[in-house]
Design a protein around this ligand. Structure first.
Ligand code: MN
Length: 387
């Protein structure tokens, strides 16, 4: 790729799984990218090491108790150091930044993403919760400020790649593939007793804890249906989830003539990250290549909505619209944290999420304040049910 100047990147959540892999992409092509800012939630030691290596203009730690340590560790370098969530919301607006990689976990991605769009920054969207909670609002803002939203999620990147050169052709159907997670073949009874250690062992992808639990419960796929609806303007009834345990086909697009395009590859997030950063071009990579001799079979099956109710709940939330996807997201975040702390069972999660959907106050056209209020209120009541 020919670049007059290096693209200036801000990485929100740089110490997480997507964040560290984004830095590997930068290392792969230092002639194309420069890290302008990195932010982390609490992992200060990793953040210090990254800052010393990549020499960004600015670093931010959300956890203010870690500010002193960060500041002292970078004292000898010309790096600006900030702390607190508000600083993350502000750093994305810095003039030189071209693209913001939103790789933080959960609802916390919403406000920095909105600010980045308003500042005219391209968004490499890794934080799917932003689109789950407020897809309609994000799309309206992206349109108003003429900023592209480039998917990092592997399924959505696959669809995006299939759509290259097809922009004027109508999409008939999106086919999102799902690995099925570690409990794909489990019965309802078996699922009642699974441990967090089992849930944290994803068969194909290595990811952060929150998304790994979401994958095991199929909530991740539910969120991806919502994300696909807003990214590609396709109604939920035209988004089909197909379980493909080999995770080689990353997703597919069916056009109105019946043709289906698929994108395939190894399960390596660096590829979709790099594509989001270089779209519409591609760069060379040293990442692993698919070895066809090692692929014995491609199999496909329907997801089991009875055993994994979260996927059904996600479709219901999309149909209800308004603030209900925000309700599902908030309830799910509380449930995942509680499951990881051994406070609830795996199968309690969909029960609590469904109850939150039933009891939430419905808002048809939520404002940003409504989303913040819904998020806070649902967290409070689901916490109460768990205690
Ligand atoms: Mn995905």
């Amino acid at each position: 790729m020919e670049t007059a100047r290096k693209r200036q990147i801000a990485i929100l959540g740089s110490t997480g799984s997507i964040g560290t892999q984004t830095l590997q992409v930068v290392e792969e092509h230092p002639e194309c990218f420069e890290v302008y800012a990195i932010t982390a939630n609490t992992r200060v030691d990793e953040l210090i090491a990254q800052a010393r290596k990549f020499m960004p203009e600015a670093v931010v730690i959300a956890d203010e108790t870690k500010y002193q340590k960060l500041k002292e560790a970078l004292d000898d370098l010309p790096i600006k150091v900030y702390a607190g969530y508000e600083s993350i919301c502000q750093i994305v607006e810095s003039g030189p930044i071209d693209i913001v990689v939103t790789a933080m976990v959960g609802f916390s991605g919403l406000r920095p993403t909105i600010n980045a769009i308003k500042a005219g920054k391209a968004i490499a969207l890794a934080n799917k919760e932003t689109m789950v909670v407020a897809g309609e609002m994000i799309n309206a803002l992206a349109m108003e400020y003429k900023t592209p939203i480039l998917p990092v999620d592997s399924e959505h990147s696959a669809i995006f790649q299939c759509l290259a050169g097809e922009m004027s052709n109508r999409i008939e159907k999106l086919i999102l593939t799902a690995s099925g997670g570690p409990f794909r073949t489990f019965t309802k009874e078996q699922l009642e007793h699974v441990t967090k250690e089992q849930a944290l062992k994803h068969p194909n992808w290595s990811m952060g804890a929150k998304i790994t639990i979401d994958s095991a419960s199929m909530m991740n796929k539910g969120f991806e249906v919502m994300e696909a609806k807003w990214l590609f303007g396709v109604g939920a009834k035209d988004i089909e989830v197909v379980v493909h345990p080999q995770s080689v086909i990353h997703s597919m697009v069916q056009f109105e003539d019946g043709a289906i395009k698929a994108q395939l590859g190894t399960p390596d997030m660096r590829l979709p990250i790099m594509y989001a950063l270089t779209y519409p071009s591609r760069l060379t990579s040293s990442f692993g290549r698919l070895d066809w001799s090692s692929i014995k079979e491609f199999t496909f099956e329907k997801p089991n909505l009875e055993i994994f109710p979260n996927l059904r709940l996600a479709y219901e939330a999309l149909a209800k619209g308004g603030n209900i996807p925000c309700v599902v997201n908030a309830a799910n975040e509380v449930c995942v944290a509680a499951f990881l702390n051994d406070r609830i069972k795996f199968t309690d999660m969909p029960r609590l999420i469904e109850r939150a959907m039933d009891e939430a106050t419905y808002i048809l056209k939520p404002t940003l304040d409504d989303y913040l209020e819904t998020d806070k209120e649902i967290r409070r009541i689901v916490e109460e049910w768990i205690n």
